[in-house]
Design a binder for this molecule. Sequence first.
Ligand code: SF4
Length: 85
Amino acid sequence: MVTDFKVTMQNTAPKFLCFDKLQTLQVNLGNLCNQQCQHCHIEASPSGNKIMSRSVYGASCTFSANFPGITVDITGGCPETEPEF
Ligand code: SF4
């Protein structure tokens, strides 16, 4: 079961639901990677199967377009291996 992000934030850190200025949007693409490092905190590998969907990619692009000048920090696996990237 996937918990709604806003509900999770309200229950854990409600002060972060409001902000004055967005500087960085970190986007975690998933755990598909062309490497398999021992230290990887998301246990990424060539067989990683947690991959961001096209709809979330689209939502991320739309969201970031509304904040010109922000830094988009892409993380999670190897972007070049992501089929939707
Ligand atoms: S995401 Fe980074 S740390 Fe993880 S396996 Fe790939 S290269 Fe290594």
